[in-house]
Design a protein. Structure first.
Length: 656
């Protein structure tokens, strides 16, 4: 009987109604005015706290003004249920001067900063304590009573699994994913040591460790009505954790802005992303080629965006001009991609947002790699959250790119995990793009069904074939009609332009068209080789190994590199503010990005004018011979059409 009474007493002591945080001011040495101003501050802090916070932190916290704190410190908690505030601030609190002292960053005024400090340090006490939700407290008391009366035999399963659950914030896996401490590759559960979401931070102190991150963001969750617009995923996390949010909330824009990192310097780079227009998200996989760094493919995400006014549905897949690609790439602020630098993390890893058409051209025409666009089975909420998380990474993330530990596959997986909170992604791990795709398929997230029919996949945009197959088909025409001695298209393209030209006179209309297409491919190949030569000459000149300077072209190239960085790190354009840019910042972004883009266009045009004189004579001669070949074939095609009575518009053959 005594045990039952003790159990009932324990239940009463742990009942939620009894739980309440108390802030007790140490009034020793304080005047009446100082006590009143301090009490007003503490009561304001207490009222700003979520009700569940006050219930769970059911203890008395002593608050004392301390003259020994560092001058720059507003306050600190000592871990023993005591909160210390800097006494040098007390006169300004009493006189109201703190409320008039504006601050460029943080919470606006010194008084608001002092209030934020109280909330910050209380969160540390909350986070360090062994805390229980009201339901867990009741369960804990019931389980203790069961253990005392019945012993371990017959103990309910809920007691065996639940009564040791700790209620914390800074070690919560979901919070760590959102905050920027993701899982390390190959070490299940272990977290990365540093936080790479360094741009547009409200307070750099949040990046020091998860405990400070959760406390700094708690301040903004409580005090900034725009927090839900600037950091929506984190606001949702706090709201769900506390089952509460502040009454004052700003109205958030439906769209997010981003910088389109496309290569067309004549278009406005500032774009708007509306999650409501995203029909589906695909895992966009660039298949391997002969380059060793590409042997496992490349991971990207494709946003299938509907044209304005079109309802979400399968027809949106045909709106290719609207689709965007999220691609983590090593941002090379130099003109050479070094293998060693890629292994050692010398390159920044940033999230590029690119038009689908440019990505398709890069891989299928230039690198001769096919693309597979595999739909992901995501809910509407997961798609919306992924789009917002991608925008957050675009504006804030500046990581390091490692070929074998933080490459495109790892970055894509981290974005998917943080953006969707998909349960099947929580323990998934892969460092290879093709391996990640296989794992996504195995767990039922990626759906290859639309790619099973190759013809339909091409027609509907689930697959983009490498131009290598097209070039080989054109080469077969030459082989059949002209009996050229080469066996593969690569052998033909590698021939000097002068050696290809004698075959032109023997070609009929069909083989001339094939020759023209292959000549254009050969010209692209020569441009890539010329680009590589210029890289090597540039590096040799810069390092003093060649004894030459690239003069004005060198300066132009340096300026292009210096001015293009904003396309991958858009936070450069907004020195103030934090999180996602808000509508009142969009005008600044539009003006700044347009000015930078115009400067890039001028520099690019200037470089084009100067670049030829920097090429080696042999390379320049090959480029000019290729251009002559293209012109000769275009002329021959017109003549053959006329001879057959056909009509062809000027330039049409070249564009074909």
């Amino acid at each position: 009987m005594r045990r039952w009474l003790a159990g009932l007493a324990l239940l009463a002591c742990l009942a939620p109604a009894q739980a309440e945080l108390r802030l007790r001011l140490d009034t020793e040495g304080l005047s009446v005015a100082e006590r009143q101003a301090s009490q007003r501050l503490l009561e304001e802090a207490r009222q700003a706290l979520p009700p569940t916070f006050r219930q769970r932190l059911d203890r008395t916290v002593e608050v004392r003004w301390d003259a020994d704190l560092p001058a720059q410190s507003y306050g600190q908690s000592n871990g023993r249920q005591r909160l210390l505030l800097n006494r040098r601030l007390l006169p300004g609190l009493v006189s109201g001067e703190l409320a008039r002292q504006r601050m460029e960053r943080s919470h606006g005024t010194q008084r608001r900063e002092l209030l934020a400090t109280v909330l910050h340090e209380l969160l540390h006490l909350y986070d360090r304590a062994r805390l229980w939700s009201p339901e867990q407290k009741t369960l804990l008391a019931r389980c203790r009573l069961q253990r005392e009366t019945a012993g371990p035999v017959g103990l309910p399963g809920e007691c065996r699994s639940q009564d040791q659950r700790r209620f914390t914030l800074s070690d919560e896996p979901r919070l760590l994913d959102l905050a920027g401490w993701p899982q390390q590759v190959g070490r299940r559960g272990a977290r990365e040591a540093g936080n790479a979401f360094v741009d547009r931070s409200p307070d750099d102190y949040e990046l020091s460790n998860p405990r400070e991150f959760v406390a700094v963001n708690f301040e903004y969750f409580l005090l900034d009505p725009q927090y839900a617009c600037r950091r929506p995923a984190l606001q949702r996390f706090y709201r769900e954790h506390f089952a509460w949010q502040p009454a004052e909330q700003a109205s958030c824009a439906a769209q997010q802005v981003y910088l389109n990192a496309g290569s067309d310097f004549r278009r406005q780079p500032l774009g708007r992303l509306d999650p409501e227009r995203i029909y589906e998200v695909d895992y966009l996989f660039a298949e391997a080629n002969a380059n060793w760094v590409s042997r496992w493919g490349h991971s990207m995400l494709r946003l299938v965006i509907c044209a304005p006014g079109r309802p979400r549905g399968p027809d949106c897949r045909l709106d290719l001009d609207e689709h965007l690609v999220l691609s983590y790439r090593a941002f090379v602020g130099d003109v050479q991609l070094s293998t060693w630098d890629g292994l050692t993390g010398a390159y920044p890893s940033r999230l590029f947002i690119l038009p689908l058409g440019q990505v398709v051209d890069e891989y299928t025409k230039v690198e001769l790699r096919s693309l597979a666009s595999v739909p992901l089975r995501l809910s509407r909420a997961q798609i919306d959250q992924l789009a917002v998380q991608a925008a957050q990474a675009h504006w804030s993330y500046d990581g390091r790119y490692y070929f074998f530990s933080n490459n495109c596959a790892v970055e894509t997986l981290k974005l998917l995990r943080a953006g969707t909170d998909h349960p099947q992604l929580r323990d998934l791990d892969s460092i290879m793009p093709n391996g990640l795709l296989a794992l996504l398929e195995g767990r039922g997230i990626a759906d290859r069904t639309p790619l099973q029919d190759p013809r339909e996949a091409l027609r509907l945009g689930y697959r983009f074939d490498s131009f290598r197959e097209r070039f080989q088909a054109m080469f077969k025409v030459l082989k059949a009609q002209l009996a050229v001695p080469q066996d593969q298209v690569e052998e033909w393209l590698a021939l000097p332009a002068q050696e290809r030209r004698p075959w032109f006179a023997q070609a009929d209309l069909r083989s001339s068209a094939a020759l023209l297409l292959l000549e254009q491919a050969a010209q692209r190949r020569q441009l890539l080789l010329a680009q590589e030569e210029l890289k090597q000459r540039y590096l040799a000149a810069r390092e003093g190994r060649s004894g030459e300077r690239l003069d004005s072209a060198d300066s132009t190239l340096q300026q292009i590199l210096g001015n293009s960085g904003f396309l991958s790190r858009p936070a450069e354009l907004l020195p103030a503010g934090y999180g996602l840019p808000q509508p009142d910042e969009w005008a600044v972004l539009e003006a700044q990005s347009r000015e930078r883009q115009g400067r890039l266009r001028q520099l690019s045009d200037h470089l084009d004018e100067e670049i030829r004189r920097l090429l080696e004579p042999q390379r320049l001669a090959e480029l000019e011979a290729g251009e002559a070949n293209t012109q000769a074939l275009a002329t021959r095609l017109r003549e053959l059409h006329r001879a057959k009575g056909g009509i062809i518009l000027p330039g049409a053959a070249k564009d074909s």
